[in-house]
Design a protein around this ligand. Structure first.
Ligand SMILES: CC(=O)[C@@H](O)[C@H](O)COP(=O)(O)O
Ligand SMILES: NCC(=O)COP(=O)(O)O
Length: 263
């Protein structure tokens, strides 16, 4: 089986920083720690509303990263110009809605064909390979290939939500979903259906010559399901890693402050 690359998304460290608009936690510390502890790639998302990663972060990360940087961005022209200047190792085009809490679905590769084709062409002019963040459907995979992308990232958010509900671990599911009221056997059927869709999309993508990544909502409970899909060779994971680090690192943080404040 081919090896799996782990892309660590460090956006969520910047979410915490932006809550106070100070440089703490420092995104470059997150970069160094991820690079030194097994990440194969750094993933960041320069959102139009700059709710976490700022332009200066993206430039600093490009300068200091010892690993390839996968830069997620929308097809907004101003953003694309910044990405062209940053020259990341890859750009992943994602949909953005200003009012969303997080990326809610894949790119509409059919409805926004012309804009996406323009974005891919522009990025290719700057020798930046392009991945498209899409829903796991054969149609979206086919269209991504036709548009000239080198890679697709299959959106696993819907799978992750249903999986969390089935396993009664609501911590990582979207609490507003109507599926919360479904009986267990229905949830189980939906998890299997979702996994079958991701598997079929991954197989088809590989068959037609696309590299295949997956991401969104993947965590310590559900990631093993992605490991079973041989065609997926990269996972981009952020929220769950940063969320876990609050607890795996909080003990040391409290102890050190107690040491410094002991009389
Ligand atoms: C496209 C994607 O799945 C990630 O970029 C993720 O969306 C990052 O987190 P935010 O949605 O909070 O920006
Ligand atoms: N493209 C998905 C990503 O980068 C990380 O998503 P999440 O783990 O923060 O949900």
């Amino acid at each position: 089986m081919s090896s799996m690359k782990l892309g660590v998304n460090i956006d969520h460290v910047a979410v915490l920083r932006e809550a106070r608009r100070v440089n703490d936690p420092d995104i470059l510390n997150a970069l160094y720690v991820a690079c030194a502890n097994g990440a194969d790639q750094i993933t960041i998302h320069l959102r139009e509303d700059r709710r976490h990663i700022q332009d200066v972060d993206a430039y600093n990360i490009m300068k200091h990263s010892t690993l390839p940087v996968n830069l997620e961005c929308s097809i907004n022209r101003d953003i694309l110009n910044i990405v062209a200047d940053l020259k990341p190792h890859r750009a992943t085009l994602v949909p953005e809605k200003r009012e969303e809490v997080t990326t809610e679905g894949g790119l509409d590769v059919v409805g926004h064909e012309d804009e996406i084709a323009y974005a891919i062409e522009l990025l290719h002019d700057y020798i930046i390979p392009v991945s498209l963040f899409i829903d796991p459907t054969i149609e979206a995979v086919e269209k991504s290939k036709k548009l000239g992308a080198e890679m697709v990232e299959l959106h696993t958010g819907a799978f992750a939500n249903i999986y969390a509900m089935l396993n009664s671990s609501l911590s990582s599911s979207n609490h507003s979903l109507k599926e919360l009221e479904l009986p267990r056997n229905e949830l189980s059927i939906r998890v299997e259906k979702s996994l079958a869709e991701i598997t079929a999309a991954a197989k088809h993508a590989k068959k037609i010559g696309l590299e295949v990544a997956a991401g969104h909502g993947l965590n310590y409970h559900n990631v093993h399901e992605m490991m079973k899909i041989a065609e997926i060779t990269e996972l981009n994971i952020g929220q769950s890693i940063v969320a876990r680090s609050v607890f795996s690192g909080l003990a040391d943080a409290v102890k050190e402050m107690k040491r410094l404040t002991a009389r």
